[in-house]
Write a protein that binds this ligand. Structure first.
Ligand code: AMP
Ligand code: MG
Length: 362
């Protein structure tokens, strides 16, 4: 027995010496991973670097803080107070002020397809409370009269504070943009904590920060919309460094009634779930370009899904007149094609055996 203890001690000593004198660990490859259940989804964040642990926990705090302000279902949130104010101005923080302002810009950019004041219609279909139903046409028509994002007012008080007001009867739902905005704020946090690389999956919003520890790009799977419940069932893979990749699709949240499927992305022109010729839209952009590209990708993926293939590609072409490769798209069509815009030609690989055909467009 004594010999055994002696042997164990010797082994422990050797192991600890190896730990002390072994090859130095590259601090940029030290990793921490966390899971956060927030914003109606499961989020996974892996951070690297000397401060990976504190950065991961700060990421969780940031997301929880944003959720407490932006949630429509938490009674005390800023958004809930704004929605309950009956059109009166309400004091809001800089995050909500920025998001309301950005949302209005994206509404105009997408010719009304993205409109956060579609909230009462989303609720009428039961998506807010999870009590699904098909609303009557008259009910939808009455609700649609209040849908108009241009009526949302944001005012700066001159001393750094903000207030916001809706038109009476309006409410807002930031579910189509809040996760992208959270990804934008994670970029700030990763800079602050000097995180050299990270992978954040916030539901359908991916932030691929830096590269992988071996210097290769992050591999981001684009879910096959035909197999929504299968993990690792991808239509293709995106190889990305320093990028947002945000996916929207009707396969993500839906209910069925009378043999018909009703999903959660509402066309403000009809009040109905968008009747799209696309099954999924992924918007990809450089995450170092400016401080709201995550929110833009999130809003545009929702809007392009509603707009359908032709209008989405027209929109993409219009934006190409701006900075080069401002954003790029992966569209999956109902008729089995994966349409990828030029800027992703090198980074997208179609998954073998997925059954899709690949088209690169310019
Ligand atoms: P996403 O998953 O980013 O495509 O966003 C879908 C969510 O955005 C829905 O669950 C609603 O909360 C909200 N939403 C639905 N339709 C619209 C719309 N037309 N404009 C803005 N937000 C919407
Ligand atoms: Mg979105």
């Amino acid at each position: 027995m004594r010999r055994f203890i002696g042997f164990t001690l010797a082994l422990a000593l050797i192991l600890s010496l190896t730990a002390c004198f072994g090859p130095p660990v590259d601090p940029d490859t030290v990793q921490e991973s966390i899971q956060v259940i927030a914003m109606d989804t499961a989020m996974f964040i892996s951070t690297y670097g000397k401060r990976s642990t504190s950065a991961a926990y700060a990421s969780e705090d940031l997301i929880r803080d944003l959720e407490s302000k932006l949630s429509r279902t938490e009674e005390e949130s800023e958004v809930s107070r704004l929605n309950a104010a009956g059109g009166q101005p309400v004091e809001v923080g800089p995050e909500l002020a920025a998001l309301l302002t950005a949302a209005e810009k994206y509404r105009a950019d997408t010719h009304g397809a993205f409109d956060i004041t579609v909230a009462p219609v989303v609720s009428a279909w039961g998506f807010t409370a999870g009590a699904f139903r098909v609303p009557a046409q008259e009910e939808l028509e009455a609700l649609l009269e209040k849908v108009d994002g241009s009526a949302v007012q944001v005012t700066e008080d001159g001393a750094g504070g903000y207030s916001a007001a809706l038109a009476p009867g309006q409410s807002v739902d930031l579910g189509g943009i809040a996760k992208g905005y959270a990804a934008d704020r994670l970029v700030d946090l990763f800079r602050e904590y000097q995180v050299p690389r990270a992978m954040a999956q916030l539901g359908g919003n991916v932030l691929a920060w830096g590269d992988r520890p071996d210097g290769t790009p992050w591999r981001v799977g684009v879910q096959d919309p035909a197999r929504p419940d299968e993990q690792n069932a991808f239509a293709g893979i995106l190889n990305l460094k320093n990028a947002f990749a945000v996916t929207s699709g009707g396969y993500q949240r839906y209910f069925e009634e009378g043999g018909k499927r009703y999903h959660h992305i509402i066309d403000p022109a009809t009040g109905y779930p968008a009747d799209s010729d696309l099954t999924s839209v992924t918007v990809v952009a450089d995450c170092t370009y400016d401080d709201c590209m995550g929110a833009l990708c999130d809003a545009f993926s929702t809007a392009f899904f509603i707009m359908g293939e032709k209008e989405a590609l027209d929109g993409w072409r219009e934006w190409q007149e701006g900075p080069p490769s401002f954003f790029d798209l992966v569209l999956i069509t109902e008729d089995g094609r994966v349409v990828v815009t030029q800027g992703l030609a090198e980074s997208f690989t179609l998954e073998e055996g997925s059954g899709y055909t690949l088209e690169i467009v310019s």
